[in-house]
Design a binder for this molecule. Structure first.
Ligand SMILES: Cc1cc2nc3c(=O)[nH]c(=O)nc-3n(C[C@H](O)[C@H](O)[C@H](O)COP(=O)(O)O)c2cc1C
Length: 266
């Protein structure tokens, strides 16, 4: 079973591609690997799973906060082959180690991990156009192919890149507190038409519609934002700004193999 956390679809696409390759290569009659959101996996008994994959992004050189909370609550067998695949715009920092530590406390070791560089969904915040990052896609497929074949062979290896003092400093909670406001989404009420796309897509169920006038509703973002930016990138009205900067359609990004309906919360 491959578990993912995803805001703009990179992790979901990677999880699906790995599952597809594993399933194509598996002998007839063997159970197929499922791809399941981490949110949906909590509460399920996963102890019979021989393979557990975790695919989640790097946020501020760390795992997204909900990923730590969800991994803490997963029930995984210590016998399972566990892998982590971690997409990042540039560098993973502490994102693997932090989750490994949680799993180790539960008596589970990570057998394999690999980073994949992807178009960075936080690019709006940094003023770059993610569409210009197509070179990363050209390496994406071959990287995922290699990862899937390593996993199929149950290889034990950690490939998440070296990170020096700068990366270590960036992962400190102090740095996260400083940089987090730069990627804070906020609804631009004049553009919002109250369609509810953001309400249904937010993995944290942190957005609601509120009545502002007779028959008019607007989205309101609550306090539990994971900053996955799914609301920003999937808003059909481009009505969610990051750090007060508008998000025009040509700056919105989601993985090309992932559609809105794939991302909606169950
Ligand atoms: C809030 C936020 C913080 C991020 N921080 C980092 C980072 O520290 N290092 C990095 O390489 N990429 C960073 N990224 C880029 C994401 O790891 C990358 O876009 C990832 O593919 C997103 O996965 P998803 O498409 O499944 O949501 C960040 C993205 C967001 C939204």
């Amino acid at each position: 079973m491959i578990l993912y956390f995803s805001g703009t679809g990179n992790c979901l696409a990677i999880a699906r591609q790995i599952a597809e390759r594993l399933n194509n290569a598996s002998a007839e009659g063997t159970p197929k690997e499922e791809v399941v959101s981490m949110y949906d996996a909590v509460g399920r008994d996963l102890t019979s799973q021989k393979l557990i994959g975790l695919v989640y992004p790097t946020y501020y050189f760390n795992p997204p906060a909900p990923v730590c909370e969800l991994v803490e609550r997963l029930s995984i067998s210590p016998e399972a082959y566990v892998f982590i695949v971690i997409p990042c715009g540039a560098q993973t920092g502490n994102a693997v180690w932090a989750v490994e530590r949680i799993l180790r406390r539960k008596g589970i070791s990570v057998d394999y991990c690999h980073k994949v560089r992807v178009p960075d969904c936080s690019a709006i915040g940094f003023g770059r156009n993610p569409n210009e990052q197509s070179w990363k896609f050209s390496r994406f497929a071959s990287r995922v192919e290699k990862i899937a074949s390593d996993i199929k062979a149950r290889r034990r290896a950690h490939h998440y890149g070296a990170w020096g003092l700068a990366g270590w400093l960036c992962a400190l909670p102090f740095m996260r507190r400083k940089t987090q406001p730069l990627l804070q989404p906020a609804v631009e009420t004049d553009k919002c038409i109250g369609c509810g796309t953001c309400v249904r897509i937010c993995p944290q169920a942190n957005i609601r519609l509120t009545d502002v006038a007779e028959g008019t509703q607007k989205a309101v973002i609550g306090e539990q934002c994971a900053q996955c930016l799914s609301c920003v990138h999937f808003c059909p009205q481009q009505a969610i700004a990051i750090n007060h900067k508008p998000s025009p359609a040509d700056h919105q990004y989601h993985h090309p193999q992932v559609r809105l309906k794939d991302m909606l919360r169950r």
